[in-house]
Design a protein around this ligand. Structure first.
Ligand code: CIR
Length: 255
């Protein structure tokens, strides 16, 4: 397994006001909390040690811990999230990361980078440019990754896709599930690219935990396709978190 720990944050009631790009209804808090709890329980069931930080009512999107830092066995990097309302989340995760990681690096700016734009492969890391991650932030982050001995490549994220990993996720070390718009991403050269079935673009935000892949329960065609490939799939409900533009990778940091 490439990681053994996860760091999550319980949703605050304010999470119903989380950012969403296209408007749309608020999630129902009880349902959102249940989805988060099922996610944490599944990570634990798959053998991870999971810390759950307390909710932050001042930061509606703080349950998406993935966006504020990068974590590796060798150390962690505090990021500069591109959404102004999310910048303050970083200070609240610093202590927890300092507790777990001997080496704590930090972006200083002026650029921005969200963890949702960072895809870790076996031999390198892809940083996707997006509305949240600009070139200056991606370049600073690539240098910090080098300090930890990770090679980074900068990629484009197609318009309309919030984060790079909103549109893709690893199925195994050599195979990536991606939305059709990302099929020809040059940085995927050398990987087998499997496309999300018609109408199931949001299914691309999967999360691989050891040899299991977590996938949104409503994406039946995607689940059937992965199962047919011999992948052990765990369906999880994501209807409420999807209302605030989130999927399965966003709710944890892993190392
Ligand atoms: C946001 O717009 O920042 C949150 N509502 C959703 C963040 C999702 N995070 C992710 O894809 N890594």
């Amino acid at each position: 397994c490439i990681f053994t720990h996860a760091l999550c944050r319980a949703p605050a009631p304010s999470a119903i006001h989380g950012i969403r790009a296209d408007g749309g209804p608020d999630p129902v808090f009880a349902g959102l909390a249940a989805e988060h709890a099922a996610y944490v329980a599944t990570l634990r069931d798959l053998g991870l040690t999971v810390d759950v930080l307390p909710p932050l009512d001042d930061f509606p999107d703080a349950l998406f811990t993935e966006d504020v830092a990068l974590t590796f066995p060798e150390g962690a990097i505090l990021l500069r999230p591109g959404a102004p309302t999310r910048a303050g989340e970083v200070a609240h995760i610093r202590a927890a990361l300092g507790f777990h990681h001997a080496q704590l690096l930090e972006m200083t700016g002026p650029g921005y980078a969200d963890g949702g734009d960072v895809l870790r492969l076996a031999d390198r890391v892809i940083i996707g440019l997006s509305d949240r991650t600009d070139r200056s932030g991606a370049t600073e982050l690539a240098k910090l990754l080098e300090t930890l001995d990770y090679r980074a490549e900068i990629a484009e994220t197609p318009p309309g896709v919030l984060h790079f990993k909103t549109g893709c996720g690893l199925i195994d070390a050599n195979t990536i599930l991606a939305v059709p718009e990302m099929a020809s991403c040059p940085q995927f050269a050398g990987l087998e690219v499997v496309l999300t079935p018609l109408g199931e673009n949001p299914a691309a935000n999967i999360l691989r935990v050891c040899s299991t892949v977590l996938v949104g329960a409503r994406w039946r065609a995607t689940r059937a396709m992965l199962t047919a490939r011999g992948i052990d799939c765990r369906p999880l409900p994501t209807d409420q978190i999807a209302r605030i533009d989130a999927g399965l990778s966003c709710m944890s940091l892993r190392w």
